[in-house]
Design a protein around this ligand. Structure first.
Ligand SMILES: [Fe+2]
Length: 293
């Protein structure tokens, strides 16, 4: 027996305005230190209904350190949010998932999050993911990655209960994504699609999403690189990246990610670079088993 899991996805131009329709008195925005000073955060705050309270937790760095994610839980408990928004790249969205879980069940450790248990998350708040990069797929996944400060390794925890309730894919939020991040995150998305496609847990749903993801990302990435403000091309890459995320979330990723996580944790190299480095070799390694695909 298999389940297909997906958040409710709001996509396309002006999709950020969906936030104005969310009935909530208190919104918590979890984001990174870089976005704290940008117009992207201002746009999100503006989209929130004006009669609601907003708390911004902007302490996430480029690496998803557990100590940073959990550094202000007391204030968050006191604020008592009804909606938790993960705004940013994978680290911020994964941080929002961890914070959501610990807020829903005080006393829980991030390490306790597992698909084997029923936690009953969601009784206090809803989880919304808004990616500002096109690649991690975290907005569509029920996994979260964090680094423990004491160990040079990344931990991945998973539970269907940390799958966001909503994913908002607004191309306006990625128009100014720098070139290097655009490439790195797109390579991550391509790796998700390829690894999902040859995963031993692949299935008809994950296959069709991987195929469509690649057909959206690969031709449109070159258009984005020659004209970063090409909204249609940006939107195609953005949606393709979320489809790749949905694909691997409903199958699995593979060896390029296992190796990439280890390399990235040891040498602090961007995730997309590390998985992209290994992907060609992993494809060659897998070819004997999956060559027919
Ligand atoms: Fe990845």
């Amino acid at each position: 027996m298999w389940f297909f899991r997906s958040p409710r996805i709001v996509f396309g131009e002006d999709s950020l305005s969906f936030l104005s329709m969310v009935e909530s008195k208190r919104f918590l925005i979890v984001t990174d230190r870089y976005l704290a000073g940008t117009k992207i955060l201002e746009k999100v705050k503006k989209a929130i209904p004006p009669d609601s309270e907003t708390m911004v937790f902007a302490k996430i760095g480029s690496e998803p350190l557990l100590s940073e994610m959990t550094s202000d839980m007391d204030s968050i408990y006191r604020f008592n949010p009804e909606v938790i928004i993960g705004l940013g790249g994978g680290s911020s969205m994964d941080a929002a998932k961890i914070i959501f879980a610990l807020y829903e069940k005080p006393g829980l450790s991030a390490y306790d999050i597992t698909p084997m248990d029923n936690f009953g998350f969601g009784s206090r708040s809803k989880l919304v993911a808004i990616p500002t990069t096109s690649g991690t797929g975290s907005e569509c996944s029920w996994a979260a990655v964090f680094s423990d400060d004491r160990e040079k390794r990344k931990n991945e925890v998973a539970s269907p209960e940390i799958l966001p309730d909503y994913a908002i894919l607004d191309p306006d939020l990625v128009l100014d994504l720098p070139r290097e991040q655009t490439v790195n995150t797109a390579v991550d998305a391509i790796t998700h699609a390829v690894e999902s496609y040859v995963s031993q847990w692949n299935n008809h749903y994950s296959d069709i999403l991987a195929e469509k993801a690649l057909s959206l990302i690969t031709p449109n990435l070159s258009r984005v690189l020659s004209d970063p403000h090409d909204v249609a091309a940006r939107e195609s890459v953005h949606i393709g990246a979320s489809m790749a995320g949905l694909s691997f979330s409903n199958s699995q990723i593979g060896l390029a990610h296992a190796l990439g996580h280890a390399l990235g944790a040891c040498f602090n190299i961007p995730h997309g670079k590390t998985v992209g480095l290994y992907l060609p070799e992993v494809v060659r390694y897998n070819y004997n088993k999956a060559g027919v695909k």
